[in-house]
Design a protein around this ligand. Structure first.
Ligand SMILES: Nc1ncnc2c1ncn2[C@@H]1O[C@H](COP(=O)(O)OP(=O)(O)OP(=O)(O)O)[C@@H](O)[C@H]1O
Ligand SMILES: [Mg+2]
Length: 388
């Protein structure tokens, strides 16, 4: 098929690489706009696959399956950054894909991502490639302990991070990723940032080069996983603006089209450093579904289709989002949803995952309002009322 622009008067079928909760929320917005979706993932019974008859369950590494998926879709996007850029390049031969293979190849490997940003003049924590226990030890000597050892690829929810506390720990950390000391699993090290807050900004950039930012939010992590998001972050207006400008710079540095989440730190001296970018809708932007005129999902679709972007402004003063993580093995539905629903301003999102496990993202709740203290309290009470 010929690479083509989406025509204004015909229904569009969005192909989504992946079928988890981000794909589900993207699909919900696509349906609202009169579009259809196709999903491709390695299994059936997924949050987004369940929503469509155009479900491809053999994964994108199965060439026949991938070809059928490509054939079906008018335009293709993704819900995670783990897909091989070579597969994206293969798709680009016949259909438009955003974010592009080029964008993903600049960020999939977090060490390359750091280089990309540093070369664009963006502040990042000190970092270095680590190929041996010796490398890890000398990083600590140079930049101090603790520092972080990170897997360069395929990590999420902090699973690829190890905090190195001292010189002995450097060896332990290296062997944690490479038990046979082979160095086969590529690593890099990052200086520990004594941050005051963690921040995030969603940026939407369209194929027509229209760029908008959402408010800068604060993200609060527990065990390296996002627990709570406060929108907007309680920081001075000038730092809000700086964070937004920095986030746009990141997206431009990777020539990104679509929606992007940029994670940052603000340190004790109010210096803002970029942690990483997610080339897709992001946890820290879930709140935009209820709290903004146009959600990150809707704007992500508009962006890839080259449509005018919708307002990213908030409809109320504040929003709070709390992630619902699995606390046990078992059913994907919490047992006492009724108690939560009685708190009738709480917006509940359950992802329809077929089973829960400890730490798995099962859903989230959002509260919007004009009194931050009040909605934060209510969100936390609702969160505590749920039993998995
Ligand atoms: N250099 C650092 N200094 C201090 N804390 C850090 C640093 N890097 C990461 N962290 C902490 O670990 C968390 C997860 O790290 P990171 O974002 O690199 O991992 P991830 O696996 O991509 O996680 P996620 O999927 O949640 O974004 C950060 O949000 C932060 O709380
Ligand atoms: Mg992160």
């Amino acid at each position: 098929m010929i690479k083509s622009e989406i025509k204004e008067n015909s229904p569009v079928l969005i192909g989504i690489l992946g079928a988890g909760q981000l794909a589900k929320m993207l699909a919900l917005e696509a349906y609202k706009l009169g579009m259809n979706v196709a999903t491709i993932d390695g299994s059936a019974n997924t949050p987004a696959g369940d929503m469509t008859s155009n479900e491809f369950v053999n994964g994108w590494n199965d060439e026949g399956e991938l070809d059928s998926f490509i054939e079906k879709a008018d335009i293709i996007t993704l819900e995670n950054e783990f897909i091989d850029p070579k597969i994206l390049a293969y798709i680009e031969r016949s259909k438009v894909v955003y974010p592009s293979s080029k964008t993903i190849s600049l960020i999939q490997d977090k060490f390359i991502q750091k280089n990309t940003f540093k070369n664009a003049g963006i502040n990042v924590p000190n970092y270095a490639e680590i190929n041996s226990i010796e490398d890890a030890k000398s990083f600590g000597k140079k930049f101090g302990f603790p520092f972080l050892l990170k897997a360069r690829k395929f990590s999420y929810d902090g699973y690829g991070n190890y905090t190195v506390k001292n010189e002995e720990d450097a060896e332990k950390g290296f062997l944690h990723f490479n038990p046979d000391n082979s160095g086969e699993r590529p690593l890099y090290a990052e200086q520990f940032v004594n941050f005051k807050k963690e921040l995030a900004v969603m940026v939407v950039r369209s194929s027509k080069n229209e760029v908008l930012t959402y408010p800068c939010v604060e993200t609060i992590q527990k065990n390296h996983i996002c627990h709570e998001v406060i929108a907007p972050a309680e920081i001075e207006a000038k730092y809000q603006k700086q964070a937004q400008e920095l986030a746009v710079k990141c997206v431009e540095a990777i020539d990104g089209v679509g929606v992007f989440g940029i994670e940052m730190f603000i340190d004790e001296d109010n210096k803002i450093l970029v942690n990483e970018i997610a080339p897709r809708p992001h946890n820290s932007g879930h709140y935009t579904i209820e709290a903004c005129y146009t959600s990150q999902y809707e704007n992500g679709l508009r962006a890839i289709l080259g449509l005018p972007l919708g307002s990213t402004e908030m409809v109320n003063n504040y929003a709070v989002m709390i992630n619902l993580l699995g606390e046990r093995e078992g059913s994907g539905v919490p047992s006492n949803v009724l108690d939560l629903l009685k708190r009738n301003k709480v917006k509940l999102h359950l992802y329809n995952k077929k089973s829960s496990r400890v730490g798995r993202k099962m859903g989230h709740i959002t509260l919007i309002g004009n009194d931050l203290e009040e909605i934060r309290k209510e969100a936390n009470l609702a969160f505590e009322s749920l039993i998995w």
